[in-house]
Structure formats: structure tokens, C-alpha cells
Ligand binder design. Sequence first.
Ligand code: ZN
Length: 321
Amino acid sequence: MKTHPFNQFVERLRRVLAHLSRRQVATVSEVVAAFAAHSLCLDLIEQHGRQHPGCPHCRCADVYRHGYAAGLQRYRCRACGRTYNALTGTPLACLRLREKWLPYLACMLDSKTVRKSADAVGIHRNTSFRWRHRFLTGARQQRPAQLQGIVEADETFILESQKGSRNLTRPARHRGGRASTRGITRQHDCILVARDRAGQTLDWLTGRGPVSAGQLGRCLGPVLAPDVVLVTDAAKAYRSFSRAAGIVHKPLNQCAGMRVDGPYHLQNVNGYHSRFKGWLARFRGVASRYLPNYLGWHRALDTRSIDTPAQFLSAAIVPKQ
Ligand SMILES: [Zn+2]
């Protein structure tokens, strides 16, 4: 719309609004906000499309514009003849109600439960659950490439959960329950967290039971700068890994009361563990298979690497792995 007619429209709107009740004005403002959220959402999606040109089906770069569908630019590939848009091949393809995505992501930034998020944006709770995990698939892949300086690493354990599963591979534990034996066993999921003093954090779900030197090599090996000082407890696996990787290792024998040695301690990583568990409690038990998503979600919130719904959406639009 040109400037002059637009200004006239705004004037007319002002006059109409003056005759509306407060509730009616609030409804108009909700309609405008939803429209703005939808168009921002489409802009962010198209922005991703421009940054990743080419056919997602066959990777060919010879493509042309082929109309619009549901508000998104559609393209056709000259090589394979198939059409696509900026969401094709991402976890968000085929999700509907895009006008509600950004308000939903605002709920996720507030760590709202599935049900509360569903109520807040007006979607079914099954949709809410599906959206949560679709948005997290991309967001959890936002990880620092390398940890530097003093790096603290430690594991924490969560009782394995098959919540929501139709086929339990063991007898049911009611209301979350307890492990049938004491201590860390194969009934616990092991979460390894490494954190440097700049607050960069990485996490891994290493499997059931205590972490092995081999697992440490696969997780920590590729992400530790060569000159780090790795601070851990006195578990043997860390010693074997550090020796094999040629990394300076500072073990703290916490059982013998050695919690701090000069600048070396595990307070940052242990603080992170306890914040994660405190945060996770609101979800009243999450299935083990979804733990990587929750780890990524918490990491994004805790390190503030994702701060706005728009950033959340951009992080979520990634090629499916
Ligand atoms: Zn193609």
C-alpha cells in the first residue's frame, strides 16, 4: 500500500477504534499481533531458504521459482522436477498453524509444560508435544565447536524412563519409582557434561551405567582444544582418556575431601547438573529417548544461546539428520 492511502487507513482505523469497547480493542490487537507473528515467522523461514539455496531432494542448484503455497515461496528443481519450499527436508516441514509457532516458542523459552503451552497458544496437547520435539531437533544441534582453557567434566545420572512407551522392556515402575538396586547401575542414563570457564557447555547422553574411557574419547576427544586442562573426579576412565588423548588432566579425589585445588574444582559443572535436574523436575519424568532434546533445550536456556522466539525458530530450521 502506498504511503498516502495507508495514512488514510490508519486515520480511519483510529476513528473506528474510538467506538469500540476495551475488549473489542483487545481482540483487534490480538488479531494484529497474530498476523505480525505469522509474517515474521514466514520471513525467518524464507531467510533460511536464501541461506541454503538448492534442491533439498537432489542437491542440484539449478532451480526456479514456482509460485507460492501457504505463504511460502515454492521452487521447482530442473534436475529432479520436484517442488519444495524453505522447510522441505527440515523437522518443521508439514507442521501447520505457523501463526502460532513464535508464540509457542515464547512458551518454550518460559519452560512451560506441554499442557500449559497448548492452553496458552490454543492448540491440542498432542500437537504441543509434537511441536516441542520438532523445534528441539534443530535447537539441540547448536553446540559450541570447542571448549578451551580449564574444562570441567563430570557425569550425572537419571533413572532410565520408558514414559509413553507401549512396549516396556522391564516391569513397570509406578510414579517414576526407584531403581531396584542401590548406586549407579544399568538402570541409570549417564549424562556427561563438560563446561569451560567461559561458560561454554556441551552434554552427551552416553548410555546406561558409568562412562567408559572409550565413550569419553568419542564425546570429549573432538571438542577439547589441545591445550586444555581437564578437571574431573578421580574416576579411572578420565585418567585413561586423558593419557590416550595427550591432554593435561587434573583429577580431584572428591571422596577423600579434595574438592578444590587452586583454580581447579568442579563447581561449574556440578552447578550445571543441579540446575538441569531442578529444571527437569517440572516435566515430571521424561522418556530416556527424549533426553537429548531436553539437554539441548536446557543448554540453550542456561547459556542463553537462544534468547528470543525468533532465534529459537532460526535454530530449529535445519536439514533433518
Ligand atoms: Zn532436485
